[in-house]
Design a protein around this ligand. Structure first.
Ligand code: NDP
Ligand code: GDR
Length: 321
């Protein structure tokens, strides 16, 4: 039985990846940071099937100790400060988690389990002010937020440790992926949850930011499969993972509100508070390499994804209590 270590197991992707690896028969070890109240909402359903252990990307010793105790075969580094707007408010902390945290993980692996396989959660935000459309593995980076800058560091340190120490280390450059487990502040979930609240009479309005921004949105369940596939290859390489189809925030609003028989124009207003100091306008990925080398294709399309999230939020909010 193989052992997989997941950092960020309490997050959206970590919980989906844990579901996926348990299905494959892995022993799953999840690293969680210490908090005064537990936040295991996304993993409650598998809590008795995974091993949770305390550690923090800011604390090198905790990472080394986890590697020694569990001797993982595969390591998925998903933990990060992942909300782009928060990275302008806490740029140094974002750099500590999202950039230097990667080096701490790689050093712990290099010192304790150098034969393990390592996955780094790189991001389409690294393309930022895009140099070409669509973006692939060779497109130059131009990050537009402290988060994007930190992810570029995490990406290159992964490449560098692969080349310097011969580690099996891969970066997945993943475009936006969503699910009913998405955090409430990200735009898809904010819209599906907000529309459901309006439908149920719990709110009237939804303040939003840039409605013209475009993203290449896929389903998180599909994307964690790509992470695993990268670590099953003969050679470590980096891959873009995306649907290749962009949609605007405005289209997202149309689909979500429309699914509930509502017109978003009656409820949505643009609020300056949600406009970013610098935004990313047209992210759309070219996942040809992932398709050809990994055999990966997305299975859930945009409209189906948004409707799935709206239905989930309607049921969640409609529950008694
Ligand atoms: P989430 O924000 O849902 O989850 C982040 C996870 O990181 C949480 O489990 C959080 O723990 C943990 N974490 C944060 N800081 C630390 C720390 N210092 N030490 C240990 N754990 C920490 O993110 P997603 O699941 O959406 O994303 C997973 C990864 O993929 C992230 O690195 C993100 O940047 C990247 N990514 C995501 C994309 C997406 O569209 N979802 C696209 C491309 C990349 P806690 O619960 O305690 O806060
Ligand atoms: P992003 O996701 O920044 O792409 O990062 P987010 O859902 O926050 O924003 C997407 C786009 O929507 C526009 N937008 C709004 N966004 C939010 N959050 N709230 C609003 O009210 C709003 N109105 C418009 C934004 O301006 C933006 O253009 C996500 C994260 O998961 C990262 O960790 C990951 O690396 C990238 O996706 C790929």
């Amino acid at each position: 039985m193989k052992t997989a270590l997941i950092t960020g197991i309490t997050g959206q992707d970590g919980s989906h990846l844990a579901d996926f690896l348990l299905e494959k028969g892995y022993q799953v070890v999840g690293m969680v940071r210490r908090t005064s109240t537990v936040n295991f909402d996304r993993i409650t359903h598998i809590q008795d099937k995974v091993t949770l252990t305390q550690g923090d990307l800011l604390d090198q010793v905790s990472l080394v100790d986890i590697m020694k105790e569990y001797q993982p075969d595969e390591i998925y580094n998903l933990a990060a400060q992942s909300f782009v707007p928060a990275s302008w408010k806490q740029p140094v902390l974002t750099g500590e988690f999202t950039a230097l945290g990667v080096t701490r993980m790689l050093d712990a692996m290099r010192m304790v389990v150098p034969e393990a396989r390592f996955y780094q959660a790189s991001s389409s935000e690294m393309f930022g002010k895009v140099r070409e459309v669509p973006q692939n593995e060779r497109t130059p980076f131009y990050p537009r937020s402290p988060y994007g800058v930190a992810k570029v560091y995490g990406h290159w340190i992964t490449v560098n440790y692969r080349e310097s120490y011969g580690l099996f280390a891969c970066s997945g450059i993943l475009f936006n992926h969503e699910s009913p487990r998405r955090g409430l502040e990200f735009v898809t979930r904010k819209v599906t949850h907000g529309a459901a609240r309006i439908k149920l009479g719990m709110a009237q309005e939804l303040p939003m930011g840039n409605l013209e921004a475009q993203r290449d949105w896929g389903f998180a369940g599909d994307y964690v499969r790509a992470m695993w596939l990268m670590l099953q290859q003969d050679e470590p390489e980096d891959f873009v993972v995306a649907t290749g189809i962009p949609h605007s925030v405005r289209e997202l609003l149309e689909v979500a509100f429309g699914h509930l028989g509502l017109n978003y124009r009656d409820h949505v207003e643009v609020d300056e508070r949600f406009i970013r100091p610098a935004d990313v306008d047209q992210l759309v990925g070219d996942a040809t390499k992932a398709r050809d080398s990994l055999g990966w294709v997305p299975e859930v399309a945009f409209e189906e994804l948004i409707k799935m999230m709206v239905d989930h939020d309607l049921a969640l909010l409609g529950k008694p209590g």
